[in-house]
Design a protein around this ligand. Sequence first.
Ligand code: ACO
Length: 232
Amino acid sequence: MEYKVITEEHFERVIEHLRGNFFADEPLNHAAGLCQHGGGNAELEHHSLATLQDQLSLMAVDGRTESATYGQIAGVILNGILRPGDTEEALEKLQHSMDDNYKKIFELLYGHSLQVDLFARYNVERIFDVRILSVDARFRGQGIAKELVRRAEQVARKSGFRLLKADATGIFSQKILCSQGFQPFSEQLYAKYTNEAGEIILPVEAPHIKLQLLTKQLNYENNKDIPSMQQQ
Ligand code: ACO
């Protein structure tokens, strides 16, 4: 497998990969019935492209020349920069969304994030935000997601980030992130995320039972190891 930084020329293929995999399979998207496999979603595509613009994202590409899937994207990790006020602004914009399913998902994610001020808690001004982890169904179970997370940390380190954060929506992504040194910070059980009538808003299927916000702090041996341009 070859691991590469995603640049603009790959954006279209990355979105195509997400349409065929993450958009339908991710536990919250699946629970909300956001997309069929292969189908698009304007808001999620916009969210993904905005994240790609930060140029911190990686993809795994099948590099086996003899393989029928040679050159295809096997997996991606989309990471963005999170700054103070970004989540508040995103939640405000979400109120104008016409897509009720997308709204349900992101109200949970943003609402949960806003319960704690990670910037103050960790004394940072920007966070390396792991937003989308996706592996093509044909390539799952081979350690690709784990490797993408490992390499994402190297990207974060090179850019001088002190804190990584992820909202992991399923049991497998939670396990993968923990295996790479992330620690659960807070969680929300899906069965307890209900509306005024007591109904579950997102009926996420087992084995996924909760949303978990995980963090990982990066330590640098001494301050001169932090890339100077992006120090904070
Ligand atoms: N069943 C059982 N175990 C699993 C499964 C599964 N379906 N998927 C992963 N695991 C376990 C593996 O056994 C492995 O554990 P081990 O190291 O103890 O052997 C570990 O998780 C790592 O597995 P990988 O092979 O690295 O994971 P993979 O490349 O298959 O990708 C992923 C996992 C990303 C969750 C993939 O199934 C996927 O794309 N799912 C749909 C999208 C999604 O849910 N993404 C995460 C949402 S959260 C976020 O994006 C921040």
